[in-house]
Ligand binder design. Structure first.
Ligand code: ZN
Length: 421
């Protein structure tokens, strides 16, 4: 894995390409970018054929140990690794600990163990079990075992310090096993930066992790709902100063476009793409603008008109930010009655299969009658829209148009949406 940065502007983000990915090194991924979020290797609602009708798809597929751990015995018997097991071809496989789209109960980690939650309940992992799993999964890169239970604000300094210490100890143990196992030759490890909302612990975690032979860094415990963006920006800015320039930084659990933009400016390279899936599960279509070639002033007016027409008003303060199931201001609710006779596409000008062939009224009908096709069509559009947003973000960075893009994406200010009822 090799990160080539073409442009770094302090406080304005990093633009580049992550090269030589995968065991044969033939893949690359542009940054800022995101990984392809999957459940056991499949993008929810979409078959492989449908998925590959989309452009801008990332070359890295994310799978999570929380989903895979309960299938360890089957995988061991299969012997050929998760990629072949899931029928994945021509993709880089990244294995993370938790699924960012599924909330993870806290209070179960101990000094020697970390718990993950699959469909069958809790599975306790020691470093030995964690590494045995990595050997059966055979990813191209994986996140080291980490105690990430300190994301809630108000976590004591003592608990946060313990989490940083444990995560470093887990990393050292993982690296020791990794370096002595033939099966993991050529596989890369990402160290995990913890530290809750305590600046000194964040800096210590970043500095210490950077001393280890890791290929990159996962920034954990900064997910949506854990803190406001000003604090998140402050913590990420402080941590990234401690990290080497030439290694990628992956931020876990942040997917909202406004937060993505702010975190890119703070020095983040990679994100997880679970946000389109969450919007789909809410019966919503991503509709935020990111076309910087159009007049930004006009774009703001258009967005305001759309929101006024829909009876949606924005709230700057999140009344319950930890609730990730809540609709955001970057989407429209297609279950809403006003779309019953709305014959426009989800997004005017979008080239995805859903927008080319269907109208909002049809999606509304599918949703209220609980047709499975609703999820399929929404996921096609939401996935296409989200990955196109990342491409627009890279182009904006390359062309000094980040401010224009921010105005376009944020509209009147961004944030969560309250419905007037
Ligand atoms: Zn579309």
């Amino acid at each position: 894995m090799k990160l080539e940065l073409s442009r770094v502007v302090q406080g304005r983000g990093r633009l580049g390409v992550l090269k030589e990915l995968g065991k044969t090194g033939q893949h690359s991924l542009e940054v800022p970018g995101c990984l392809l979020h999957t459940h056991l290797g499949a993008v929810p609602h979409l078959t492989r054929d449908t998925l590959h009708t989309l452009s801008n798809l990332p070359s890295v597929t994310q799978v999570t140990l929380s989903n895979i751990a309960e299938h360890q015995e089957v995988l061991e018997e299969f012997k050929d690794g998760f990629r072949r097991f899931a029928g994945l071809h021509n993709t880089v496989l990244y294995c993370s600990l938790h699924d960012p789209a599924t909330p993870c109960p806290t209070g179960y980690n101990t000094t020697k163990t970390v718990s993950v939650w699959g469909s069958g309940g809790r599975i306790e992992l020691t470093v030995a079990k964690f590494m045995a799993l990595q050997k059966t999964v055979q990813p191209d890169w994986y996140q080291s075992m980490a105690d990430g239970e300190t994301w809630q604000s108000g976590t004591s300094r003592k608990r946060v310090r313990k989490s940083v210490d444990r995560t470093l100890a887990h990393l050292d143990e993982c690296l020791l096993v990794h370096q002595n196992s033939q099966e993991l030759e050529g596989v890369e490890v990402f160290g995990v930066v913890e530290g809750g909302d305590i600046l000194e612990e964040r800096v210590r975690s970043g500095r210490e992790t950077a001393k280890r032979p890791v290929a990159g860094f996962c920034l954990d415990g900064l997910q949506t709902g854990s803190m406001d963006q000003a604090l998140r920006t402050q913590l990420i800015t402080a941590v990234t100063k401690e990290l080497p320039e030439d290694k990628p930084r992956l931020l876990q659990g942040v997917g909202r476009p406004d937060e993505v933009l702010a975190c890119v400016e703070a020095g983040v390279d990679l994100f997880e793409s679970f946000f389109p899936f969450q919007a789909t599960e809410r019966g919503c279509a991503l509709c935020f603008g990111f076309d910087v070639s159009s007049d930004p002033e006009l774009a703001v007016v258009e967005l305001a008109e759309e929101k006024t027409a829909s009876g949606e008003t924005r709230q700057n303060g999140d009344s319950n930010p930890a609730d990730q199931s809540r609709m955001t201001s970057f989407e429209i609710d297609l279950k809403d009655k006003r779309h019953r006779d709305d014959f426009r596409p989800l997004v005017e000008g979008c080239g995805c299969y859903c927008c080319v062939n269907h109208q909002r009224a049809y999606l509304h009908h599918l949703l209220v009658t609980n047709e499975l096709l609703a999820g399929v069509l929404l996921m096609i559009h939401n996935t296409a829209h989200y990955h196109a947003f990342f491409r627009a973000l890279r182009e904006a960075l390359a062309n000094d148009k980040l401010d224009v893009l921010k105005r376009r994406v944020l509209g009147e200010g961004g944030g969560q949406t309250e419905r007037n009822e």
